[in-house]
Design a protein around this ligand. Sequence first.
Ligand SMILES: [Zn+2]
Length: 203
Amino acid sequence: MTDPVRAPWEAPMRLALEEAARAPLTGDVPVGAVVLAEDGAVLATGRNERELTGDPTGHAEVLALRRAAAARGSWRLTGCTLVVTLEPCTMCAGALVLSRVDRVVYGARDEKAGAAGSLWDVVRDRRLNHRPEVIQGVLEAECARQLTAFFRDARGGAAETLGPRTPGSQDPGRQTPGSQSACPQTPGQRAAGQGPGNGLPER
Ligand SMILES: [Zn+2]
């Protein structure tokens, strides 16, 4: 059955997925973003370029917002929608609020670092005077699959069965009240225990 809330965003999400698919060419985690104008026209795209540029802020959303602002000739992106394959982190959520976009649409949840409903909900914090609308779960399975495939390949192709998180990786107190039913295949979970630190996708 068609989901009337999410269906309109599937086409731009596919664009974001295409953009994300280019990131691994430079060793970057596949996250892609698209900024749409009020009429749905694509203003800008961005993909994770942290490894490519050596820039810790080189996330897909930040790059797409910068390009969209340049295209518009203004930092103020009122009326725009940012579509991204993975739930924004705190930095990107902050940038989204500052850019005054009307709406944030994302695919996969990031249970370990998401700031748009998972670990935090920066974009809808009532203490802020601008709160974009959030639509999550658009092509969620495809978005999650792209990320898990990347991390699986990065680990040498070893398939990882989905299981509970690494013990101690989840502080129950972190669950936000607004937390909704978790996708069982969020990249954050799949990546738990992998790599340095807490094993978050090194995006
Ligand atoms: Zn980010």
